[in-house]
Design a protein around this ligand. Structure first.
Ligand code: 5AD
Ligand code: SF4
Length: 441
């Protein structure tokens, strides 16, 4: 038997990339690779990249520059670029950077084993096609090794919404849902291996639809309800949702499906109808607010989070005030907010009316201050309350364990005998900046 080869993967960007990196590691496991924690040890280094905001390609080139010296010490070391930068700029990367042996787009990961073999024989390999097949099914199944208590499971990929600022429809392609039976099988397998919480992933996860075992078209709600029937699966989450795909049954599930956690990431991007229209978001401020009301009627304590972009082309001060007012009205539990970043190839990139960088920066600071205050208020309001906590790992102090609450807050508890995977009721006693502390009930 030859020595196992070593694989180092650096993952950038979203949770879907985290899931993809796991799947790639497993696919290359079949080629004799084991994953290592540092690039110095590796025989192959894969950068799983993100293209969503600025300087994505530059980041890849500078990371390659930093790693280049490793090749001098180990001439057989291979470099690969995966993910959305690979999809968008793969050919150019190959031309500009001769040290890159392999470029693979997000829809072609199932071809990695074959590409690796070519690379080992001295070729360079590029695959950025978007074949219509379930790459995850073609990838090797997850080995039966035990897992931690939480896992991601990609159920849907790609996006047909074409927001004017966003590269996803181009890098991840059209909306595709994975078949129900495969998702259920993968979930059962994860649970057998110790997983207690699954987060369903998709760029537009609530647009999920696929034929169920009853021959009917299943949406995300139906899928969630079927997953909830897996006994040892205790919690279900999903992300990211689009306001326009928030079907009635999914809203209802937040009220009546106990395993579905009270947390919903529902990006709105802007509070100004004028800007929403220019963003091609296809919802208005009022339709978003009405939706939030219906969701809160179904589950009053739900934590709502979102994404915002400030400084989108032509955004005026008045538009920005509308965004601030919407934030006040919604009262978010947590949010991500970004300065608009022009992405080549997207409709907004070629428009006039670009907002000066200092104006966008000032707006971002103001928005983040408000969102930060709301997040703190939401956390402080947890003090004194009883919440469920799924414990994940030991904390920094002796006897301390850290887990996530139903509302996705990190919670620290000091108590002997707690194990990762334990789901316990906890009374929150303290709120810090980024986490809560509590005692077991
Ligand atoms: N500029 C700034 N933010 C962006 N996002 C997507 N594209 C851009 C862009 N060009 C943000 C959106 C999205 C999140 C994942 O990233 O808010 O919801
Ligand atoms: Fe991008 Fe809009 Fe699709 Fe979200 S809904 S992935 S922001 S195009």
């Amino acid at each position: 038997m030859s020595e196992p080869k070593k694989l180092f993967i650096k993952t950038y960007g979203c949770q879907m990339n985290v899931y993809d990196s796991e799947r790639m590691a497993e696919a290359l496991g079949g080629q004799g690779y084991t994953e290592v924690a540092s690039p110095e040890e590796a025989d192959m280094i894969l950068l799983n990249t993100c293209h969503i905001r600025e300087k994505a390609a530059e980041k890849v080139y500078s990371e390659l520059g930093r790693l280049r010296h490793l090749k001098a010490a180990k001439p057989d070391l291979k470099f690969g670029v995966a993910g959305c930068v690979a999809q968008a700029e793969g050919r150019e990367i190959m031309l500009r950077q001769p040290m890159v042996d392999l470029v693979v787009g997000p829809q072609s990961y199932h071809r990695l084993p074959e590409m690796e073999a070519r690379v080992r024989s001295g070729e360079r390999a590029l695959d950025t096609e978007m074949p219509e097949e379930d790459k995850f099914e073609k990838l090797k199944h997850r080995p039966k090794a035990k897992r931690g208590p939480t896992a991601f499971l990609t159920v849907q990929e790609g996006c047909d919404k074409f927001c004017a600022f966003c590269v996803v429809p181009y890098t991840r392609g059209a909306e595709v849902s994975r078949p129900v039976d495969r998702v259920l099988r993968e979930a059962r397998d994860l649970v057998e291996r110790g997983v207690r919480e699954i987060t369903l992933l998709g760029q537009n996860v609530n647009a999920y639809h696929s034929e169920g075992p009853d021959g009917r078209d299943w949406g995300l709600a139906r899928l969630v309800r079927a997953l909830a029937e897996i006994d040892d699966l205790k919690r279900i989450r999903f992300t990211t949702s689009h306001p326009n795909d928030m079907e009635d049954d999914l809203i209802a599930a937040h009220g009546d499906c106990e395993k579905l956690m009270p947390y919903l990431h529902l990006p709105v991007q802007s509070g100004s109808d004028r800007i929403l229209k220019r963003m091609n978001r296809s919802h208005t401020r009022d339709s978003y607010m009405a939706l939030i009301e219906r969701i809160r009627a179904a589950r009053p304590d739900i934590a709502i989070s979102g994404d915002f972009i400030v400084g989108f082309p032509e955004e005026t001060d008045a538009d920005f005030r509308d965004t601030m007012a919407l934030v006040e009205q919604v009262n978010y539990a947590a949010c991500f907010s970004f300065k608009y970043s022009s992405r080549p190839g997207t409709p907004a990139a070629d428009r006039g009316g670009q907002v000066p960088a200092e104006v966008a920066s000032a707006r971002l600071i103001e928005l983040q201050a408000l969102l930060g205050r709301q997040q703190q208020d939401f956390m402080r309001a947890m003090v004194g309350r009883e919440v469920g906590v799924l414990f994940e790992k030991p904390g920094r102090h002796a006897g301390q364990m850290v887990g996530k609450s139903d509302h996705l807050h990190a919670v620290h508890v000091t108590s002997e005998g707690l194990q990762p995977g334990d789901l316990r009721r906890v009374r929150i006693t303290e709120a810090g900046t980024n986490s809560l502390a509590g005692v077991l009930l």
